[in-house]
Ligand binder design. Structure first.
Ligand code: GH3
Ligand code: MG
Ligand code: MG
Ligand code: MG
Length: 322
């Protein structure tokens, strides 16, 4: 007998639900220390969902994988843990905030039920449980969760698109302008250095003029790939415009920035670029500025790096000036 993974079980339930015109099925966790009630809830919901149960909320709350649940069913009438506290823990957890909560409470316990709803529970059922009502309320929660997940995902994608340069996949100028002040503030608070590098491809116009705009685009892409290779994980590379790039290097002092910039310069100059089948030598010039926390804002910092770039161009290109 093959054991099905939770994901494939959910997927199979989803297909069946869709064929039957029902709401999608979900992955549920029942919090309950009354095994009799928990197994009844499980028995009912298992016809449409993948259901687990636990008497140990702490283990679930601290497991990163728990963010994959679609619904928590919480029995409020428990002795071994506090259901109200559980609700507020879920709502204040970065990991679990998005998981809806369905309460199961005693009919008489309306004060605690109201309190739990206030703490962020989404809906409740009074015991003794009615089978159809339980199924219906769970369906509603899961439908809404799916809808919210879709909205959140498309919002994430939209934001990512808005701050990404579509040609190179690097961050764009809009990202830089909103992020640089934040990075500067962090460097100030943490009393850590911050270096900024501006790099500009040399005689790029000649590539466009000699091989065409598409070849120029291909060089920009290859340049961006080499740029990524020369950076540390914490560095942030942005396409500032045309063939000009800005790299933010948190915690890098002038010496470190110089080493990284030199690595970039040689990664570009030492191996020719493939331009429409032809091997073309490309070079880059760069300027570096180190944050002066007492006087700099983002514009003065960039301006100083740009002055270094100007010097590098004036001194003959293919070099870094700090
Ligand atoms: P320098 O060494 O002084 O930097 O000379 P340069 O030729 O690189 O600089 P210049 O600023 O004169 O020319 C940059 C050119 O880059 C002009 C512009 O048409 C071209 N360019 C800007 N954006 C793009 C792009 O997205 N794709 C392509 N192919 N070309 C671009
Ligand atoms: Mg120029
Ligand atoms: Mg240039
Ligand atoms: Mg330029």
């Amino acid at each position: 007998i093959r054991t099905e993974t939770t994901a494939s079980l959910v997927a199979r339930h989803d297909v069946m639900a869709e064929l039957a015109g029902r709401a999608p099925s979900g992955r549920l966790m029942v919090f309950d220390d009354d095994t009799g009630l928990a197994s009844r809830i499980k028995r009912i919901l298992k016809t449409e969902h993948v259901v687990e149960a636990t008497r140990e909320p702490a283990a679930v709350l601290h497991d990163e994988a728990s963010s994959a649940y679609d619904l928590f069913v919480v029995n409020l009438a428990t002795a071994s843990y506090d259901g109200l506290r559980l609700c507020s823990q879920v709502r204040s957890s970065d990991l679990l905030r998005q998981v809806p909560i369905l309460l199961v409470s005693d009919f008489a316990d309306d004060v605690r039920t109201a309190k739990a709803l206030e703490l962020g529970a989404n809906d409740y059922l009074a015991s003794p449980l009615d089978r159809n009502e339980l199924l219906a309320r769970v369906r509603t929660q899961i439908k809404r969760k799916r809808y919210d997940d879709g909205l959140r995902q498309s919002l994430r994608e939209t934001i990512a698109l808005a701050v990404t340069d579509s040609l190179t996949g690097l961050n764009n100028r809009r990202f830089l302008e909103s992020h640089l002040p934040v990075v500067i503030e962090r460097a100030r608070t943490d009393a850590k250095p911050l270096s900024v590098l501006i790099a500009d491809i040399d005689h790029f116009k000649r590539i466009n003029d000699g091989w065409g705009h598409d070849a120029g685009d291909a060089v920009l892409k290859e340049f961006a790939a080499r740029l990524k290779d020369s950076l540390r994980a914490s560095d942030l590379a942005c396409r500032f415009g045309g063939e000009e790039f800005v790299i933010l290097m948190p915690e890098a002092d002038g010496r470190t920035a110089q080493i990284i910039a030199e690595r970039l310069r040689s990664l570009v100059a030492d191996a020719p670029f493939d331009v429409a089948g032809e091997a073309i030598l490309v070079t880059v010039s760069a300027g570096i500025a180190v944050l002066d926390p007492a006087t700099d804002d983002w514009e003065s910092l960039l301006k100083r790096a740009d002055r270094g770039l100007y010097e590098a161009k004036r001194n003959g290109r293919n070099q870094v000036v700090a």
